[in-house]
Design a protein around this ligand. Structure first.
Ligand code: GLN
Length: 535
């Protein structure tokens, strides 16, 4: 089949859930057994997301191949249940880097290098080679940012040009406000946004409407009239209980059939064997199973929950499988630096310290870990959460006063966590961490690690610079901390466990590979432990 391209654009404002729309369409097409992959365009001039602050941009997602990409990739992978590669991500930074290098090498001799055609040609050529090298039936292309932004204009222009020769369909994800005073859904902003797109030479084939309440037939009619679209091409995407039900909501509206019709394709049948289990899991999330479990996430970026998107989803996946109803308490770690910790942590059944960088809030996280260990509250430490588990244990169980990570106290007498020698000479910050999928060897059969993964060599994704300092392995172990996993050459520590109660820290980020159908094994064990503690 000749590749078809579906371009998802966002109008009016950011945060409308283009990623969820793209992911849901990926899911639907994969349920038809079409070969489909996403591409994401981001207009910013960073080369990739690796140097961005999660507090502004949301989580930095890491792929198997070490690509540090936009958090939308997490959603694509969770819906598609596939491991993607960084070839799916095109940023303004990557394009400019390429174009300038090519210009210096004489690749454009005699020409003046321009956004059109040089940059736009490069985008088209990457899209086409991505489609052909992966032998794809469909490419779902999400254009980051909002229509009208200077930053993504050249991406939209490239897609307009792509449509001259290729089968391309455009979806405009927009917002339908409902003003409290009049109670009416307003279509004017969406109409204007549509016209803005048309003035860029793009005529959307569908409008997906984000709204608090379901799109009324009156609203649909009006929008259809003003945009010359069929009424059934105005698709509802109003608030749902869980994002995972969006593919089902689209199927209910026949979005799949309309897409095939648009591309003049002979419709196949959706595979019920794919659809039914998804539906069941969604029902489990919606019903909650009635067994509440309260999980405290102690971090420094908790005011932007997107910073911990994968951790949150991994909890939801594990809870759905176990029939639990998770109640996540987002705890600002700085709040645990003063006063009584039990005030804030009271009532939580489990505590997670997720990944993070920089000094702020670190002491609060260490206090939370101490509280969990001393009160036998199940604990899961992710990357930084493992490093601080070692620091806490060194200070409070081994008597090493002032123990710390050299990231936070370079003059500490006991650098329990320290830079790897290979990191000492690193000057460039981009893509210079220990990154991507790496092998871990589980050394102890009776450990939480082994009982969770049920095998001795596993792969998880990594993103960190610092390591547990091997000088302190002995003293930590002598005092009862268990080292249950290492790199396959045993040189670096990959997992720590408490011996007295459920507590585990891993140097990796298992949350990044958690999927609805196959939750991250450590999250399953942790959620089970948290629930059992209630009994
Ligand atoms: N800041 C720590 C390091 O670089 C932890 C990183 C993380 O949690 N991802 O090693």
């Amino acid at each position: 089949m000749h590749t078809k391209f579906i371009v998802v654009l966002g109008s009016l404002m950011s945060g409308l859930g283009k990623g969820a729309v793209t992911s849901s369409l990926l899911k639907i097409l994969s349920m038809y057994h079409y070969k489909v992959l996403p591409m994401k365009f981001d207009g910013y001039l960073n080369y990739d997301c690796g140097t961005m602050n999660p507090y502004r941009h949301g989580e930095v997602f890491v792929l198997d191949d070490g690509g540090e990409v936009d958090m939308d990739f997490g959603m694509y992978e969770r819906f598609l249940d596939l491991n993607l590669t960084k070839a799916s991500s095109i940023t303004g930074g990557k394009l400019l880097d390429f174009i300038l290098k090519k210009e210096r090498e004489g690749g454009y001799l005699g020409e003046d290098v321009q956004i059109i055609p040089h940059l736009t040609d490069e985008i088209k050529s990457r899209v086409l080679s991505f489609a052909s090298s992966n032998n794809l039936d469909f490419v779902l292309i999400e254009v980051g940012g909002t229509v009208g932004d200077m930053e993504n204009a050249y991406f939209i222009e490239a897609m307009r040009q792509l449509a001259i020769k290729e089968d391309v369909m455009f979806i405009d994800v927009t917002y339908i406000p409902q003003l409290n005073v009049v109670g009416e859904q307003k279509t004017k902003p969406a109409q204007s946004a549509f016209h803005l797109l048309m003035s860029a030479g793009v005529m959307p084939d569908f409008i997906v409407c984000r709204a608090e309440k379901e799109i009324e037939s009156k609203t649909r009619k009006k929008l259809a009239l003003f945009t010359s679209l069929d009424e059934n091409h105005i698709i509802d995407s109003s608030d749902l209980k869980t994002i995972y039900s969006l593919p089902l909501h689209f199927l209910d509206q026949g979005f799949d059939k309309l897409i095939f019709e648009k591309f003049k394709m002979k419709p196949k049948r959706i595979d019920q064997k794919e659809l039914a289990p998804w539906r069941q899991l969604v029902e489990k999330i919606v019903s909650g199973g009635g067994k509440k479990v309260s999980i405290g996430i102690v971090g420094k970026y908790v005011h932007l929950i997107d910073s911990y998107a994968s951790v949150k989803e991994a909890i939801i996946h594990a809870a759905a499988t176990l029939g639990l109803d998770p109640d996540i308490k987002w705890i600002e770690s700085e709040d645990l630096e003063k006063g009584d910790k039990s005030d804030v942590l009271n009532g939580v059944d489990g505590i997670i310290v997720p990944g993070g960088f920089g000094n702020r809030g670190i002491e609060g996280m260490i206090n939370a870990i101490e509280y969990a260990r001393k009160n036998s509250i199940p604990y899961l430490g992710l990357c930084l959460g493992m490093q601080l588990m070692a620091v806490e244990f060194a200070r409070n169980a081994c008597g090493l006063k002032g123990a710390n990570s050299s990231e936070f106290d370079p003059s500490s007498k006991y650098k329990i966590v320290d830079l790897m020698p290979s990191q000492l000479s690193v000057k460039y910050k981009g893509a210079s961490m220990r990154l991507g999928s790496l092998d871990t060897k589980i050394n102890k059969k009776g450990s939480i690690m082994y009982s969770s993964y049920k095998k001795s060599v596993i792969k998880e994704r990594h993103r960190h610079r610092y390591e547990l300092n091997n000088k302190y392995r002995d003293i930590l172990e002598r005092n009862g901390l268990l080292i249950t996993a290492t790199t396959t050459d045993k040189k670096l520590v990959e997992a720590l466990e408490w011996s007295g109660s459920f507590g585990i820290g891993v140097q990796s980020h298992p949350e990044l590979k958690s999927r609805l159908k196959t939750p991250a094994p450590l999250f399953l064990s942790f959620m089970k432990a948290a629930y059992n503690r209630q009994k």
